[in-house]
Design a protein around this ligand. Structure first.
Ligand code: PSU
Ligand code: MN
Length: 304
């Protein structure tokens, strides 16, 4: 399905040609998810975690209108420095950014789309988008969820932040036929916290279990992907009271300032980060590394 806009790095091309495991990584987390220089440092370290666990990392972004699968160190540095000035690009933004030859940071949805074009089917990130609180009024439901319904990629994440309505997000995923798994967990994690209190469709305890389900789902031609919720290691889990009060305050400010649409998630992420100081950033970084490790394990098994 390679089209004229997709550009693979030599390393990724070589791995895919030889049926070696590849793990996709997103770029909105670099430009919009963390401050510079921690964002660049984390993006480069997470690639190393993927390598250390037997797979090839493919960080995905749009640079000069090209859908890049596998970035150079310079390109990661460039996106990290540009930060919020890079367009946060979801499915509906892709034709605009590509036709105009612009730079774009890929969300979970667009990273899935581009990974799928390249033939990569495992992806590690921090957290996915979901159904926002108050969505019955605002209709604010992340395009990540509809992408999970249609595109064959397994997304390893630390679950869903409680800036979102976790219960409604799971209802929506159920309706859309998206399989939600807990990695070593019976409940979906809530990003900073190991347990959201909401159950998953099945618990898995190995990369092989996930790979077997991927093969089953896609052999039956059932469209769409998987969410693998992987709890943050216990030593990095946030304090529940601190994180809950930061999230409540960020949500109040969002409402007061009338922030809507695609700016909501970056606003909430930035406010929660500021309100919790360095703690939540360290949690965020560590859970991304942990997800990269699990994703590499799944990719290795899937290639067998
Ligand atoms: N949730 C997080 N961290 C993130 C995001 C979500 O905990 O960095 C980013 C991801 O790139 C995700 C996007 O795909 O925000 C969702 O944005 P929206 O809600 O506008 O669809
Ligand atoms: Mn939205």
């Amino acid at each position: 399905m390679l089209n004229q806009y997709v550009v693979l790095s030599d390393e990724v091309k070589n791995a895919l040609t030889n049926n070696q495991p590849v793990v996709a990584l997103e770029s909105t987390i670099i430009s919009h998810g963390m401050p510079y220089p921690q964002n660049v440092e984390t993006a480069l370290n997470v690639e190393q975690v993927v390598r250390d666990n037997g797979a090839v990392p493919a960080t995905i972004a749009i640079i000069g209108g090209k859908l890049k699968v596998g970035l150079s160190r310079e390109e990661v540095e460039y996106l990290g420095k540009k930060g919020l000035d890079v367009v946060k690009c979801s499915r509906r933004d892709l034709p605009i950014v590509v036709a105009k030859g612009l730079d774009g940071a890929t969300t979970v949805a667009t990273t899935m789309i581009i990974a799928n074009m390249a033939g990569v089917n495992v992806f590690a990130t921090g957290g996915i988008g979901g159904v926002h609180r108050g969505a019955s009024e605002t209709f604010d439901i992340s395009a990540d969820l509809t992408e999970l319904a249609r595109t064959e990629v397994t997304v390893v994440c630390a679950g869903i932040k409680s800036i979102l309505d976790i219960g409604l997000t799971l209802e929506y995923l159920e309706t859309q036929g998206v399989t939600v798994l807990g990695y070593g967990a019976d409940n979906l994690p809530a990003f900073y916290l190991r347990d959201s209190g909401f159950g998953v469709d099945a618990r898995v305890d190995s990369g092989k279990e996930v790979a077997d389900m991927m093969k089953a789902k896609w052999s039956m031609n059932l469209k769409g992907g998987f969410v693998v919720g992987n709890p943050v290691p216990i030593e990095y889990e946030e304090n529940k009271e601190q994180i809950t009060s930061a999230i409540e305050q960020a949500l109040r400010e969002l409402k007061e300032q009338g922030i809507k649409g695609k700016d909501s998630t970056p606003f909430l992420l930035a406010r929660v980060k500021d309100l919790t100081g360095g703690d939540s950033l360290e949690t965020n970084i560590q859970l991304v590394y942990n997800n990269a490790k699990v994703a590499a394990g799944i990719a290795v098994e899937y290639c067998k």
